[in-house]
Design a protein around this ligand. Structure first.
Ligand SMILES: [Fe+2]
Length: 391
C-alpha cells in the first residue's frame, strides 16, 4: 500500500545529457564541473572495443589532460577501487570519468568517495555509516544499457574476505553529469545487450513493485518497462538499430532513476549474494534468469502493480483476473528472456545442493526487506528451485 502519511524524499541531482552524439559534450561537461584533469576509470573490454579512444580523442581535441585506470574487473573489489584511487592521487587528478558498464562506473564512484573521505571504501559500507560529503566531480558515460549506474546513487563493491557484495552510497554519491550516447552501445555483442537489458528491465520492475516505490520512481519505472518490452529484442537482433539503442539506453537510465535513494527487492538480493559467492558470475544474465520466477512469487504482494507491469509489457489484460493478468506478465518476461537467449541459472553454474546456503544468504541481504511479498529463506528456495526447473 502506498504510504502517503509518511514524508518521503526523491532526489535526482544528476544532469543527463543524452542523444546520438552526446559524447561531444564531454569537454564542456568537464569545464562545467570546474575540472582540469580527469581520471578515466574503465576496463579492458571498453579499451578493446575502441571506446576509450573515442573519449580520449574528445579530450585531446579540447587540450584537456587526463589519466587512465583501465584495470576494472567485473564485480570490482575493494582493492580495485584502491588501485584506481592511487592513480587519481599520483596523477593529481581533480575529477572523474566513469566509462563502461556498472563495474567501471561503480569503481569511479568508489574513487570519488575515497578521495573525499577518510579510510578506504569498506569503511563507507551503507549498512554501517552514511557518506559525509559530496563525492569528487564525476561524469558517468555508460557503454551498456543496463545498470543505470550513471544515475544511481549506489556503488556495488565486492569484499572477497566475506564473499559479499556491499553497497556504498546515498544522495551524496549521485554522479554530477551522465552522458548517455547510444553510439557507444553499437559495438556491444548481442549477449551483453541481452543481459544488461534484462538488468534494466529488472530494476524497473523491482523498483516499481517494491515497498520503497513512490510516484516519482513509479513514473520512471513504467516507461522503462515499456521501452524494454518494445526495444530490447530489436537492440539484441540488430546492434546498429540506433532507435532501439537510444530507447534501451533511456530505459536503463530511467530504471536507474526509479531506484531513487533506496533499494530493490528479491532479484537483486538473490543475484547480489550469488555474485559475492560466485565472483565470475555476470550480473545481467543472472538477473534475466531470475526475473520471471520473481514475478510469479511476488505478484500476490502487489497484484494491481504487477498487473500494470504486464500492461506495460504489452499484455492485453482486459477482462482477466489479477491472477491471470499477473502471470501473463511473468510469462512475457520468460518469453523475452528466451527470445534473447538468456541462459538459465543452471547454465550459469548454480547447483541444486547449493540452494539452502544461497537462499539463506539472500534472505539476509539488505535488499530483502523491500520485496513486495514477505520473503524468507524458504521463499528464496522456491525461487531458486523454480529457476532450476525443479518445481
Ligand atoms: Fe542490477
Amino acid at each position: 500500500m502506498d504510504n502517503y502519511y509518511k514524508i518521503r524524499e526523491f532526489h535526482c541531482t544528476t544532469k543527463a545529457k543524452h542523444g546520438v552524439g552526446a559524447l561531444s559534450s564531454l569537454a564542456d561537461s568537464i569545464k562545467e564541473l570546474g575540472g582540469n584533469k580527469p581520471l578515466i576509470v574503465t576496463d579492458p573490454g571498453v579499451v578493446a572495443a575502441g571506446l576509450l579512444e573515442m573519449v580520449t580523442q574528445k579530450l585531446e581535441t579540447a587540450a584537456i589532460e587526463y589519466a587512465v585506470f583501465d584495470q576494472v574487473v567485473p564485480n570490482p573489489y575493494i582493492e580495485t577501487v584502491g588501485q584506481a584511487t592511487k592513480v587519481y592521487t599520483d596523477s593529481k587528478c581533480d575529477c572523474l570519468i566513469g566509462l563502461g558498464g556498472g563495474s567501471s562506473m561503480d569503481t569511479a564512484k568508489g574513487v570519488g568517495v575515497e578521495v573525499t573521505h577518510d579510510g578506504n571504501i569498506l569503511k563507507w559500507e551503507a549498512a554501517e555509516r552514511d557518506l559525509e560529503r559530496r563525492i569528487a566531480p564525476l561524469i558517468t558515460i555508460p557503454t551498456t544499457a543496463g545498470t543505470g549506474s550513471e544515475v544511481t546513487v549506489w556503488a556495488v563493491i565486492t569484499d572477497p574476505d566475506r564473499k559479499f557484495k556491499f553497497n556504498v552510497g546515498g544522495p551524496l554519491m549521485a554522479p554530477h553529469i551522465a552522458i548517455v550516447d547510444p553510439e557507444l552501445h553499437a559495438s556491444m555483442p548481442p549477449h551483453v545487450t541481452a543481459g544488461t537489458g534484462m538488468d534494466a528491465l529488472c530494476h524497473a520492475i523491482e523498483c516499481y513493485t517494491c515497498h520503497y516505490a513512490q510516484p516519482h520512481t513509479d513514473a520512471a519505472a513504467l516507461l522503462a518497462i515499456e521501452y524494454c518490452g518494445k526495444y530490447l529484442r530489436r537492440a539484441v537482433g540488430n546492434g546498429q538499430d540506433m532507435e532501439a539503442r537510444y530507447y534501451m539506453a533511456i530505459a536503463a537510465h530511467l530504471a536507474g532513476v526509479s531506484y531513487g535513494t533506496e533499494s530493490a527487492g528479491a532479484v537483486h538480493a538473490l543475484t547480489q549474494t550469488l555474485g559475492g559467492i560466485m565472483p565470475e558470475l555476470h550480473h545481467g544474465p543472472a538477473v534475466g534468469a531470475t526475473l520471471g520466477a520473481f514475478m510469479e512469487y511476488n505478484w500476490i504482494g502487489r497484484p494491481k502493480k504487477f498487473r500494470r507491469v504486464a500492461q506495460a509489457l504489452g499484455v492485453d489484460e482486459n477482462g482477466l483476473s489479477d491472477h491471470d493478468a499477473c502471470l501473463l506478465g511473468a510469462e512475457a518476461v520468460y518469453e523475452l528472456a528466451e527470445d534473447i537467449d538468456i541462459p538459465s541459472l543452471g547454465d550459469l553454474g548454480v547447483k541444486e545442493e547449493d540452494i539452502p546456503l544461497l537462499a539463506k544468504e539472500a534472505a539476509n541481504d539488505p535488499q530483502t526487506p523491500g520485496n513486495p511479498r514477505d520473503i524468507d529463506a524458504s521463499g528464496y528456495e522456491w525461487m531458486y528451485k523454480r529457476c532450476l526447473g525443479l518445481i
